[in-house]
Design a protein around this ligand. Sequence first.
Ligand SMILES: [Zn+2]
Length: 449
Amino acid sequence: MKTTPLTRKEFIRNSALALAGATFIPGMLFAENSAQTEVEKTLTAHQGKKNYTLKNVLLETGFEYDAEGNVTATKTALFSVQIEAGKIKAINANSTDADAIDAKGLLMLPSFRDMHIHLDKTFYGDKWQAIRRGPGGVKGMIALEQKILPELLKNSTFKAEKLIELLQSKGTAFARSHVNIEPTSKLDSLRNLQLALENKKNSFGAELVAFPQHGVFYTDSVPYLKEAARTNIDFIGGVDPFTIDGAIEKTMDFTVQLALDNNKGIDIHLHESGESGLKTVEYLIKKVNENPALKGKTYLSHCFVLAKLDKAKQQAIAEQLGAAQIGIVSTVPFGGLIMPIPTLMENNVKVMTGNDSILDHWSTFGSGSVLQKANIAAQLYGQATEFGLSRMLKLATAGPIPLDDKGKQQWPKVGDAADLAFIDASCSAEAISRLSPVKSLIYQGNIVF
Ligand SMILES: [Zn+2]
């Protein structure tokens, strides 16, 4: 290892070169903000430090209101933030300590979380390929995967690491990744991804969903799912039980039982937008209510059927999802399909977002930024005011935001994990609206760049 401090570019280049292989590395990483600012250099020079103090850190402290009680602006101030053992140890008045790392007034936010992505299955870091539209819908795609997965798996550890670096460059330090578990990949896709995550463990965290992309029963994934469930994965996945397996209850019963038996959560891809989609949602709600151990750790990804329901039914299902503590992970689609995200949020349904595909045989449009997802949601749902924009940050962080709805500071608090993104913006509303650049990332106290 080099002992001299690395610039971020060198850091990225070296970590890429450390992985031998003839794979072509495209120049897309950090293309947008490759200019090294002073603060980036300063932070990069402190890589490896466990305990340190940051000064000139911009934090949101409250809202300013007009006479009618509308939020007109966000109040901020500079602070010094002490990091120790991966956590925020103290937040103090700004210091002039010469030893403190100067954050130069960048806005500190909770680092972002991509809660739906397929890190195991990507072309990213390899050569460009547009998607191919074949016949046969999802089953056609399964046939395509059976053909291409053996090739994809050959360097999937390398590509997963490149993908993680892309996410990091956009301020994301944590992901929920689905990982293919089916008779073609067996557990190889999981093992390759786990290797990538091990290599990145000081700068990136993840939870994993065992994902039977080729159906639980359509191709016999049962033995592989059972084997995966005995490992330290976090969720049992699924995909369109009616379309793929031809049965809702049989597949859902298996999934629920496997999760219960192994103390895992559930996160099911549900694209079906008709009657079978609604039946699947209602059946899952019923099963979670029967098995309260699943409350708070069961999710439906996409769940497009919600966009097709009338307003009254949307409200009724949102209430039931909220009561059963089932979350929705939406990639915030745009086009003809408007997901009822505000209705879900109003009913205490946990709504999270992710990029899903970055560059693969399903889609090639993923930017890697969940801040962009929050921006798209703000545009789709008309959240254009200072207050509305600032609320959308929840989608990028999958939870914590600096100010509560009353403008009271709720983040950061002493004892919070030091998972931090530093943004060149005056407040979170500006960051969402302008997609402000991410200048630095800290994961569990480790300075990533
Ligand atoms: Zn997906």
